[in-house]
Design a protein around this ligand. Structure first.
Ligand code: HAS
Ligand code: CU
Length: 540
């Protein structure tokens, strides 16, 4: 990678890390607030503002910028050719930065307290919606750069399958394009005109439908780059080999096909959508468990190969031989381990009857802190430990801290999320400032637990700050001769020719049909019902 190309990746990654650090500070306050700790500055207004900022900065800004930076690194180093369209890459970066700054400013000024799902009729300042849209537009530019580079590489290697990492990144881009079509429609046709005052009312149910067209595949936009790291980087760093390259290719294609037509599982309890369509999306949801279950199998098999190549014996002896003191490995392995629980929770959420029990309770925040907050985020932290020395030419500093940081995250998150799952089952609502409802007796059942989740939150905060500290300390350190380079997993069997699973264009076409099938009809049905608009509301 040239110095200029490394600068491009680092610009994205630093922006992501900055957003992460800021959001982590807000997270720790929210944990305290939900536990009713008497913070001097605690108020409903500040709570909702900070939950919005935390959600937007973590889930939308940290992830998107990190994924873009990671994408540039993977693209440049697996293709091993100069980056095509660097100017488009920089323009996209600045568009995304400008959008983020505008949206974040509105949130911090208290003019966009709408939470990260920005459901109407909660209404934000137009600059929030426009800023968020620009962030998405910037990420589209990034996607275009990924595709242009892929095309350039393909021309030079006719008939060869893409490196697995880029197969996964192209799948990510496709999922992202299909997903953001939904939110773009929501922004352009509903939210932006409404917030500008061009329309007096908005249709909240339609807006939610368009949001979840985007919102579910969004979670796979967060997950697939993590899977890329699990498949293409982890086995190598663990000292082993990838169990199967072709299974990896199948997995990413299945995500292209099934990521979007499942969004109604977030709307089981919404009116105006027929039970048949909810059932269809439930079936698709259970189908999309399959690629994750295959991933569980393939990754554990790859880790077993690594453990045995490192001399492990017996049924479980290989686990002990894995490099549990290496920051990259520990972060990623603990992220994977956490996903066992997070993914299992997803299966529960997707069952109509059980969803009615957990919907809108603290259970949901428990679920997504295990998935996006750990399976994805902790993998990204590991990936940062892997990339930083290779991008900066400086070895990781504060190594001891880097070694314990993933464990802290793991322990903090287990405490935090387990408690949220329990209090959710007890009926504790998500999102609300005062979950004690002014001392109602029923709330004691969960209120006694919240101190524990606040403790988990505090451990997470220490872990988050340690992560940022290690990266900053590394960056200000001196460059040293290192023999580090970006190296990728070898599979037990190397693919030599393209197969059906490499025909990403074809699968994308099928996916477009599936998205239309899954959404055109229910949206049409919805519009046939008598529609009611709502004026906007804002947190006072
Ligand atoms: Fe989810 C709500 C269903 C996965 C994120 N989800 C959310 C929300 C977020 C989110 C943010 O059906 C809240 C949205 C909001 O604000 O309202 N989710 C699922 C299902 C899956 C799933 C079926 N979710 C994710 C991922 C996320 C994420 C991934 C982010 C990255 N989710 C739901 C539903 C709701 C929901 C409903 C709505 C709830 C409601 O009512 O509001 C599946 O994709 C999960 C598949 C995963 C597995 C696990 C595979 C395990 C692996 C590890 C193996 C390792 C082993 C051991 C065995 C089946 C790959 C390793 C050993 C070592 C030594 C390391
Ligand atoms: Cu979902």
């Amino acid at each position: 990678m040239t110095a200029r190309e490394a600068r491009l990746a680092l610009a994205h990654l630093w922006f992501a890390v900055g957003a992460f650090g800021l959001a982590a500070m807000m997270g720790v306050m929210q944990g305290q607030s939900r536990a009713n700790t008497a913070l001097p500055f605690r108020s409903p207004k500040l709570f909702y503002l900070s939950v919005t900022a935390h959600g937007v900065l973590m889930a939308l800004v940290f992830t998107t910028f990190f994924i873009m930076g990671l994408g540039y690194v993977l693209c440049r180093t697996t293709f091993d050719r100069p980056l095509v369209a660097p100017r488009l890459a920089w323009v996209s970066f600045w568009v995304a930065v400008a959008g983020t700054v505008a949206a974040a400013a509105m949130i911090l000024l208290g003019k966009a307290t709408v939470l990260y799902t920005f459901y109407p009729p909660l209404q934000a300042h137009p600059l929030f919606y426009i800023g968020a849209t620009l962030l998405v537009v910037g990420s589209w530019g990034w996607g275009a750069v990924m595709l242009l580079n892929t095309r350039a590489w393909r021309r030079e290697h006719p008939g060869a399958p893409l490196p697995l990492a880029m197969h996964g990144i192209v799948a990510t881009v496709v999922v992202w394009y299909l997903a953001t079509a939904g939110v773009a429609a929501e922004m352009l046709f509903l939210l932006i005109p409404w917030s500008l005052g061009l329309r007096e009312t908005v249709d909240p149910v339609l807006a939610r439908m368009l949001f979840w067209w985007f919102g579910h595949p969004l979670v796979y936009f967060w997950l697939l780059p993590a899977y890329v790291v699990w498949y293409a980087v982890l086995p190598r760093q663990a000292g082993g080999k990838l169990f199967s390259d072709s299974l990896g290719r199948v997995v990413f294609v299945l995500f292209i096909l099934l990521s979007t037509p499942v969004g109604l599982h977030h709307q089981f309890l919404d009116p105006g959508i027929s039970g048949d369509w909810k059932l269809a999306h439930t079936f698709a949801t259970y189908a999309i468990l399959f690629p994750s279950l295959v991933t569980a199998f393939t990754i554990v098999a790859s880790l077993e190969i690594a453990g045995r190549m490192r001399g492990g014996t017996g049924l479980f002896g290989w686990i002990r031989r894995l490099p549990w003191d290496q920051p990259f490995f520990t972060a990623v392995a603990l992220a994977i381990l956490t996903f066992v629980v997070g993914g299992f929770g997803g299966m529960i959420n997707a069952a109509y009857g059980m969803n009615a029990m957990i919907h809108n309770t603290a259970w949901v925040q428990g679920h997504f802190h295990l998935t996006v907050g750990t399976a994805s985020a902790l993998t990204f932290m590991g990936a940062a430990y892997w990339m930083w020395p290779r991008l900066t030419g400086k070895p990781l500093r504060l190594l001891a801290l880097a070694k314990v940081q993933p464990y802290l995250w793991f322990v903090g998150m287990l405490i935090f999320s387990t408690v949220n799952h329990i209090t959710g089952l007890l009926g504790m609502p998500r999102r609300v400032y005062d979950a004690s409802y002014g001392g109602e007796p029923i709330t004691h059942t969960w209120q006694d637990w919240t101190g524990l989740s606040a403790l988990g939150g505090s451990i997470l905060f220490v872990s988050a700050m340690s992560f940022v500290l290690v990266l900053v300390a590394t960056a200000v350190g001196n460059a040293r001769e290192t023999d580090l380079s970006f190296e990728y997993s070898e599979a037990l069997e190397r693919p030599t020719a393209r197969t059906t699973w490499d025909r990403l264009g074809l699968w994308t076409a099928v996916a477009v049909v599936l998205v239309l099938l899954a959404y055109a009809w229910p949206i049409w049905d919805l519009l046939q019902l008598e529609r009611f608009g709502s004026r906007g509301f804002a947190v006072p």
